[in-house]
Design a protein. Structure first.
Length: 962
């Protein structure tokens, strides 16, 4: 018998037989009268596809042993007395001890060495039943379908197998399919977020739903011969435990998108109302505030949510939101909650998308969310209606009861507020002049012009509760204006020290790992996505994690690094910038400015520096990067909706924000999947984009910000105002460089090397790779004003690997030691599998032997090397090229296009080995690939694969360098 990894109980369900346990008299078992006999019972079919057992199972027997209750005795005619209760309790305890001993001896509980050792593939296969099919369908839908598609429709990646149509490329037996998912294959990375049991659930779903009915030749029967073979293939035992996203303490709030049944709160801030340990997800009752409509949109009890978002459970479905919260007790409509102070009306003036839904915030003159104060036990929300400040704090004086304390600041205009639906029970107490009445199905709050007032609202869906007793009198309402000036002890007042793992200097650039703390009690998932140094102390840095945290790091250039958590609850932060001493973070819902008013080292106010962001439920619309120009304007990017047309005028754009944060505008369009930006010392802005629909290859773009007439870079599904002209290449701004996925499957942020201590690349441009964890030098050339580049791998070593162990996202050069500090994560479309990493990329002084400059001439290509080379192996080097073809298909993978060779006449090694001229008739081309095998000056063999663009050429030059 083997342990069931799905249910953590004996015996396995599904195809395995059940066992019956008997206690027989006349023998002894561990000193207890009786003996154990296990009988294999056959499962009987039941109508409807289910099954029943003709004898009771160990599980039901266990329940019968321990669940005897005095009421059952009474039902049989016995008198329920105190003595009988004691007798039954003692008897139940005795039977429980007997049962536990029997179960342990029989192997029914996972305390044996086998449960801690190995499980065979056959165990998983025998457990594959209808429940496994349903679990596999759920995992496939949220994780696999986006690439592999359905029976009816293809996925977004042409290279991904359509299981109902194509043969498997890495084996079609169940264990081969398992290995493909677990270890990855070609462009598909290992699915490390799935347990072995979950992988087999997916395999089961693919086999039964796709393969068996549509590709029967690829279907392997689970006959006795195969199961015997699978029984000999072992896997390590995996203890069932909470998922990382379920374990983490996210703090008292979580900014995200929430489905509250009435509507999707796009920019929601969920707040836990009951006090206790574990953060927001471990609560029992919640309210969610809508930053766009400026209202508590809903309240619910029970469970927090299903975590069905990409940044938590890894879902990759268009409906990227918390879809299943607990029992919703009240909801508000997706409409402005406060009347327009200029008109007194509730007419919704927000942007209306092509789907006729409203998105984004209210007009700035109407109202705007301003931030969250965290210095009290319960957070305080701050926003503005007209010129009047509103503060709110939520709590729950009893289960099922939602309480809202409000402070409405003084002002010259009256306010009208839709307070709560009329179908719930409400108690309201307030200051002088405030009135409440019922109107159009809602309780309406009227606040007159004049002095500030305090209001408390208590509501419940239960009409039996006495809310008056739970609602403070008007004179006892907490004054939130005073509360935000009072500070409690820090929430996260712990510092953790980690030791830098310094790798040997076995290459020109080596990667030293800076471990994140692992002993923090909050089970933080530290998937890093932004870093910057404090200018007044380069040994200090701030780093943000995609899971909503910001950490302060000290001693960063030393061997011992101190970490402290300083902020939580942010909405998928993917960019961080320290500007004039303040920390700014790019989140999906806002650019946040973090303030520590009482200087205790922890953030007590998360200010919505700019909350113009328009959010939809699509998982792909990441907001990323953060740079500041010489005028103090901020820039970030918002990705498009994968293979779906835009819904808001920010999808697929670069956005500029004024230095005071009060306004923003789109300054470039036509991007599909941006991931970070770069601002050079000359004020140039670079950003990367990813291959996909209307994007034939990955691209490095140079933008010229222009709000009046923004450049269009080709992604037709993103926002633009070109109409059908967007499909015409003549309206598309070319990138400076195209990069095929074979070199870098997913470029992220570019950096200017502003360090004299990082080797021969001073003031040059480098690119980080999320897709392969590498670093590339972008050798730029200018031909008559046409900027074009070459993409060359920087020789980096981390131990025995030539890449970092996670996808690289962001980086900065440290002003103190001059080295590159970079951080990253791995989740979607990265070949690196470590969930996160933080590194120092250190220059050792060793020769690099790679090109530092690339120029294209009509008669060839000149490469100027950083260190001398001896000769080129012309028999093993090659040069090919191809042009881009834009289409609605994903990249160019399914498009027939030639990649003709460029005949090379000669390789000329010049300038004492520092220059190589490749003599050829060099064409104008969108992308050329140079594979160069050569010998370095020290005699070592070298190999380089370079992708570059040649939109223009310099006039012919003398190939001999004369």
């Amino acid at each position: 018998m083997e342990y069931d990894p799905h249910r953590r109980r004996w015996p396995p369900s599904g195809a395995l037989a059940q066992w019956q346990v008997h206690l027989e008299s006349g023998s002894r078992l561990s000193g207890i009268q009786g003996s154990l006999r296990c009988e294999r019972m056959e499962r009987q079919p039941r109508q409807g596809g289910c099954a029943k057992w003709n004898h009771w199972t160990p599980g039901s027997w266990w329940r019968s042993v321990v669940s005897e209750h005095p009421r059952q005795e009474a039902a049989r005619g016995g008198e329920v007395t105190h003595q009988s209760r004691v007798h039954r309790a003692l008897h139940s305890m005795k039977r429980s001890i007997v049962a536990l001993a029997l179960f342990i001896t029989a192997g029914f509980l996972p305390v044996t060495s086998q449960a801690q050792g190995e499980i065979s593939h056959a165990t998983y296969l025998r457990n594959l039943d209808n429940y496994a099919f349903k679990r596999g369908e759920e995992i496939y839908t949220r994780t696999c379908q986006i690439c592999h598609g359905t029976v009816e429709a293809p996925g977004s990646l042409p290279d991904a197998r359509r299981f109902a149509q194509a043969d498997f490329q890495n084996g079609h037996t169940p264990h081969e399919m398992f290995n493909t998912i677990k270890k990855g294959f070609r462009q598909m990375p290992p699915q490390v977020q799935l347990s072995d049991a979950e992988i087999y659930d997916v395999v089961h779903y693919i086999r039964e739903h796709f393969v068996k009915p549509h590709r029967p030749g690829q279907y392997t029967e689970l006959d006795a011969a195969y199961l015997d073979k699978a029984a000999g293939m072992k896997l390590p035992y995996q203890a069932k435990q909470e998922k990382p996203w379920q374990m983490m303490d996210y703090g008292p709030t979580m900014a995200a998108t929430y489905d509250i049944h009435q509507y999707s709160v796009m920019k929601g801030i969920a707040v836990r109302l009951n006090k206790g340990m574990g953060g927001i997800t471990k609560g029992a009752i919640w309210m969610v505030f809508d930053q766009d409509t400026l209202q508590p949109a809903a309240g619910w009890e029970g469970i927090f949510s299903d975590y069905a978002v990409i940044s938590l459970a890894g879902n990759r479905t268009p409906d990227d939101q918390h879809q299943k919260v607990g029992t919703v007790r009240f909801t508000m409509p997706n409409q402005p909650a406060w009347a327009n102070p200029a008109t007194g009306k509730f007419d919704d003036l927000r942007y209306t998308g092509p789907d006729q839904k409203h998105y984004g915030p209210l007009p700035a003159a109407w109202g705007r969310f301003e931030g969250i104060h965290y210095q009290r036990d319960l957070p305080i929300l701050q926003y503005r209606i007209g010129q009047r400040q509103v503060l709110e704090q939520y709590s729950s004086p009893a289960m099922g009861v939602f309480q809202r304390v409000m402070h409405v600041g003084a002002g010259t205009h009256e306010l009208l507020h839709r307070l709560a639906p009329a179908d719930v029970k409400v108690a309201v107490r307030h200051g002088d002049g405030v009135t409440v009445n019922e109107q159009d199905g809602y309780y309406m709050l009227h606040v007159p012009a004049g002095n500030a007032v305090n209001v408390v609202v208590t509501l419940t869906a239960s009409m039996e509760l006495d809310l008056e007793k739970l609602t403070p009198e008007a004179g006892a309402i907490p004054d939130l204006a005073k509360a935000i000036q009072q500070f409690d002890a820090p929430h996260w007042n712990q510092t953790f020290t980690t030791t830098v793992v310094r790798n040997p200097d076995d290459g020109p650039y080596v990667v030293d790992a800076i471990p994140a703390p692992t002993g923090a009690p909050w089970h933080c998932r530290m998937r890093f996505a932004g870093i910057d140094f404090f200018p007044d102390n380069p040994d200090r840095a701030a780093i943000c994690a995609w899971d909503g945290d910001v950490w302060l790091i000290e001693g960063i250039t030393t061997g011992q690094v101190q970490w402290r958590r300083i902020a939580t609850g942010l909405f998928q932060p993917l960019g961080l910038k320290i500007h004039r001493g303040d920390i700014y973070v790019t989140c999906r819902d806002q650019i946040a400015r973090l303030a520590d008013h009482n200087k205790d080292g922890e953030i007590d106010f998360v200010e919505a520096f700019n909350s113009d962001q328009m959010v939809t439920t699509h998982w792909h619309e990441f907001a990323s990067g953060l740079i500041v120009d010489q005028k103090g304007c901020f820039y970030y990017t918002k990705a498009g909706r994968h293979s779906s047309p835009f819904l808001v005028p920010q999808h697929g754009t670069c956005i500029q924000v004024d230095s005071d944060g009060k306004a923003s505008r789109v300054v470039a369009t036509g991007f599909r999947a941006t991931n970070g930006l770069c601002m050079t010392s000359e004020g140039e802005i670079y950003l990367s984009d990813q291959e996909g629909n209307w994007r034939p290859e990955n691209a490095i773009n140079l933008i010229e910000p222009n709000a009046e007439n923004p450049q269009f870079f080709g992604y037709t599904y993103g926002y633009h105002q070109l109409g059908d002209k967007a499909k015409d290449d003549k309206y598309v701004t070319k990138p400076v460089l195209w990069v095929n996925r074979d070199v870098d499957r997913s470029p992220s942020e570019m950096l200017e090397v502003d360090s004299k201590q990082w080797g021969p690349l001073g003031k040059e441009l480098i690119a980080l790779s999320y897709g392969c964890g590498k670093i590339f030098h972008i050798a730029m050339d200018d031909v008559d004003g046409q900027r074009q580049g070459a993409y060359i791998e920087v020789p980096v070593r981390q131990g025995s690997a030539d890449y970092a162990s996670t996808g690289l996202m962001r980086g900065h050069f440290n002003p103190k030691d001059g080295q590159l500090y970079t951080c990253g994560l791995s989740d979607w479309a990265s070949s690196r599998t470590a969930p996160s990493g933080f590194y120092r990329v250190r220059y050792t002084g060793r020769p690099t032997y790679y090109p530092g400059s690339v120029k294209v001439f009509e008669n060839g290509i000149r490469l100027d090397f950083t260190d001398a080379v001896k000769q080129v192996d012309d028999t093993r080097s090659s040069l090919i090229h191809w042009d881009m073809v834009r289409s609605s298909q994903y990249g160019m993978r399914d498009l027939k296009h030639d990649k003709p060779a460029i005949p090379v006449k000669a390789y000329h090694v010049l300038n004492q080995g520092r220059t190589l001229f490749i003599e050829c008739e060099m064409p104008v081309t969108d992308l050329y690939e140079l594979i160069l095998r050569y010998t370095a000056e020290d005699g070592s063999p070298r190999e380089m694969k370079m992708h570059a663009s040649a939109f223009k050429r310099h006039p012919p030059c003398d190939p001999e360098g004369r």
